[in-house]
Write a protein that binds this ligand. Structure first.
Ligand code: FCB
Length: 444
């Protein structure tokens, strides 16, 4: 247990994150269109336990209470996503005013509470209409529809919201969704995945241009899921392997965004399924970023044969089977900083799922989550001391919620949600995090 204090710069921002489909519910209300996640979750066999986001945390109706809880935690910022099908039920065309109004009310209430909104425009809930036939992200047209939607949102809320990100984890929205089949739309086709990834990046570039044309004062970025990739032994072969793994996953997005090129090794290996591009795409993708959001939960370990190491003895693992290893966050950030011209960074998601139990007297004791957060926040401070420009930290998640293919079986919140009553209970980790915010660091 560390005993020394870890204090952050006075302008450091402490927040919490959620995403629309995971918390809102009200999937069919006030003109919201169907999304690929509604379709996926309503398809038997896709989600653990047959769970869906139909009701989720009912945040669509309970947001005032949720803002009160944010106030109790002392949050300085709140990152959430907009459900595109609430704004354009068909993906494009007719605007649904009720959808805009919902987010406008939320933003106004956050600002009144002194909480800065950070908006993510796409956290995976593509309007189903855009996905029909040969559509979805493998179709270039989807990128243009996204840019129009992004422009609309900045027109509507850009006067009040400074921090915007286009996409959350484009790796998940492409490879996990189109090649590995685990997320909507649940396809298994590498070529489609690579094409989807390219169009997500193109959509990001187009959107940034459109958003800035409306309001040059916004801070626009993107959120990537990044891991430090490590090997149990340091040999030339393991170094090559780490590089290959990086290029295939994270580098496939980071390099186009920050270097205006796909990483060479992975490109050569994916030649057979290379994306169709138009002249100028790489330049378009590499728009200057005002900030980069990073989601980090664990590191990735590879063995000498290049296989993923699932478990190593002596390490602790969360309910997701993810290793608890804070130093990996420090190494990730430090390596990134050495390798790329980074914009300011916000850790936009970090947290852990554990088996939480609501005790009859209304407490949730979750010391393992506290330890996890302590370890990662400490490592984050160390990375900053190594020269990485990190401006904020957001815990995943504010509330227990719909954890995608795992349904409600994984609890990530610092606030417990009883899904039968929708009662919220601040966990011990929530009180601990409130103290971190109040003290601007860890002092115990
Ligand atoms: C990230 C997602 C987020 C949540 C966490 C646990 O990949 O962005 O929605 O599911 O994992």
């Amino acid at each position: 247990m560390p005993t020394s204090s870890v204090i952050f710069p006075s302008d450091f921002v402490w927040g919490a994150s959620t995403a629309a489909y995971q918390i809102e519910g009200a999937w069919h209300e006030d003109g919201r269109g169907e999304s690929i996640w509604d379709r996926f979750a309503h398809t038997p066999g896709k989600i653990e336990n047959g769970d869906t986001g139909d009701v989720a945390c009912d945040h669509y109706h309970r947001w005032p209470e949720d803002i009160e809880l944010m106030k109790r935690l002392g949050l300085q910022a709140y990152r959430f996503s907009i459900a595109w099908p609430r704004i354009y039920p068909q993906g494009r065309g007719t605007l649904n005013r009720a959808g805009i109004d919902f987010y406008a009310r939320l933003v106004d209430a956050l600002l009144a509470a002194g909480i800065e909104p950070f908006i993510t425009l796409y956290h995976w809930d593509l309007p189903q209409t855009l996905a029909e036939g040969a559509g979805g992200w493998p179709a270039r047209d989807t990128a243009y529809a996204f840019a129009d939607y992004a422009e609309t949102m900045v027109k509507e809320l850009g006067d009040r919201v400074r921090h915007w990100s286009t996409f959350n984890e484009p790796w998940c929205a492409s490879f996990l969704s189109y090649q590995l089949g685990a997320h909507a739309p649940g396809l298994r086709d590498e070529k489609l995945a690579v094409q989807a990834a390219h169009h997500l990046l193109v959509a990001h570039g187009l959107a940034l241009q459109a958003m800035r044309a409306i309001n040059a004062g916004i801070k626009a970025g993107i959120v990537l899921n990044l891991w430090s990739i490590e090997s149990e032994e340091d040999t030339p072969a393991s170094r090559t392997l780490i590089e290959r793994t990086w290029q295939h996953d994270a580098g496939w997005f980071v390099d186009p965004l920050l270097h205006a090129e796909y990483p060479l090794l992975a490109w050569q290996e994916r030649e057979r399924v290379a994306p169709q591009m138009q002249p100028g795409d790489l330049k378009l993708i590499a728009q200057p970023l005002d900030w980069l959001g990073i989601n980090n939960y664990n590191r990735q370990l590879v063995d000498r044969r290049g296989q993923r190491v699932q478990r190593i003895s002596g390490s602790e693992y969360t309910e997701m089977g993810w290793e608890v290893h804070g130093p990996g966050l420090c190494r990730l950030l430090t390596t990134l900083h050495q390798r790329y011209p980074l914009p300011p960074i916000h850790i936009i998601e970090n947290g852990a799922a554990f088996k939480d139990v609501l005790l009859p007297e209304g407490h949730v004791h979750d010391p393992r989550r506290i330890n996890y957060l302590r370890e990662y926040i400490t490592a984050l401070r160390e990375a900053m001391q190594n020269g990485v420009d990190v401006r904020g930290y957001f815990v995943w998640s504010l509330l227990d919620n719909f954890e995608w293919a795992y349904g409600y079986s994984k609890r990530f919140g610092v606030i417990y949600v009883d899904y039968t009553t929708q009662r919220r209970v601040i966990k011990d980790s929530g009180y601990w995090y409130a103290q971190v915010i109040a003290q601007n660091g860890i002092t115990e």
